[in-house]
Write a protein that binds this ligand. Structure first.
Ligand SMILES: [Zn+2]
Length: 363
């Protein structure tokens, strides 16, 4: 039985099924009605079967493993030049952390018997959904901006998904995709709205904690657009704590692109800087789960800041010269680590994990 859905804002519930709504009647994003937790103590690392990849943590997931490419257990490595640990979420079948969400979302689609999935993205999420749809043998329509670069569409087209080009702004692309969902053309496999996607990105936290023998870092620094990884990490660390597998929560520190930084602008004055087009993967003006992002920051003593193109580019160069071949948007988190230390948000000796979210091979 596939898990039912519930609205955290108004408590309405919805039965699972291929025609389930993509959001609540009240407008809020939906969650799963149940949140599974293991009823055993944390296992030793050697007891985890890492051949299962991130599905080694299936007992935390409200979805059965049906569609997988062996993803997960990305490396956690020391980055001495930055006095931090980097979680290499650039090491995935489609080249980004979005595979964490895509494997769970397409598994959910398979549970429900969905025939066509829809997504709007021109970048990593579109490629991840296209590849996992191919693995699941379901159709995928990926809505993209009309001016999306052909190089970004290649992974979508080669996987057999259909790019649907939409003129206008990024919001126009989302609106066109939602119109298609509401007119019955398919199930919305959105990395911003679908709760299965966030169930998947929780596994970032499970892996980090397991790889550190269940010690939680003082802080996690991650890029922040729709909060797909940021919220997933929060939920994962919360679930570990609720299961008694860990005994602390990390501070969640987000880094946004200057000029398109709604969360940072709420927390700090003067965020009207020149637009950072280097970190183009996180230019989201109105995140679907903005209230939940703000709650996660408040609950963990976290923060969000906006950084400019120059500091992002400097960090990208430094990463590449150190062997970390990531895409430009990933570099904003590393630039953020430096900025958080300079602003004394982080102590010099703070134990920090930074997420490197996407490979440079596609960019
Ligand atoms: Zn509601």
């Amino acid at each position: 039985m596939a898990a039912d859905l519930r609205c955290p804002a108004c408590d309405r519930t919805y039965d699972a099924g291929p025609d389930e709504p993509w959001r609540c009647d009240c407008g809020h994003p939906l969650e799963f009605a149940t949140r599974p937790l293991p009823d055993r103590p944390a296992p030793d690392f050697a007891e985890l079967d890492t051949r299962d990849g991130l599905w080694a943590f299936e007992e935390f997931l409200p979805v059965r493993r049906l569609v997988s490419l062996g993803e997960g257990f990305t490396p956690l490595v020391d980055a001495d030049d930055w006095d931090a640990q980097f979680k290499l979420d650039c090491v995935f079948p489609s080249g980004s952390f979005k595979d964490r969400g895509a494997t769970v979302t397409l598994s959910r689609a398979a549970e429900l018997g969905v025939e066509t999935v829809l997504e709007d993205s021109s970048g990593n999420a579109g490629a991840a959904i296209a590849q996992y749809a191919a693995r699941a043998d379901v159709d995928a329509d990926i809505y993209v901006p009309a001016d999306a670069k052909q190089s970004k569409l290649a992974a979508i087209e080669r996987a057999g998904a259909t790019p649907v080009r939409i003129e206008g702004t990024r919001q126009d692309v989302t609106d066109a995709c939602i119109d298609a969902v509401e007119s019955g053309e398919g199930w919305y496999a959105s990395h911003a709205w679908n709760p299965a996607f966030f169930a998947g990105t929780q596994t970032f936290a499970f892996e980090v904690a397991a790889q550190r023998d269940w010690s939680v870092p003082d802080a996690v620094v991650a890029p922040l657009g729709h909060g797909t990884l940021f919220l997933g990490a929060y939920r994962g660390f919360r679930a570990l704590s609720d299961a008694g597998w860990t005994d602390a929560m990390p501070r969640l520190l987000g880094v946004q692109a200057a000029g398109v930084a709604p969360v940072a602008a709420d927390l700090h004055e003067g965020s009207d800087a020149e637009r950072n087009d280097v970190a183009d993967g996180i230019q989201i003006t109105d995140p679907a789960r903005g209230d939940q992002i703000r709650d996660a920051i408040e609950a963990t003593g976290g923060d969000a800041i906006a950084l400019d193109a120059a500091s992002t580019r400097d960090s990208l160069d430094a990463l590449h010269r150190s062997g970390f071949y990531v895409e430009p948007t990933s570099a904003v988190a590393v630039a953020g680590l430096r900025a958080y230390r300079e602003r004394d948000v982080l102590d010099e000796d703070a134990d920090v994990v930074v997420a490197l979210t996407g490979s440079g091979l596609k960019s």
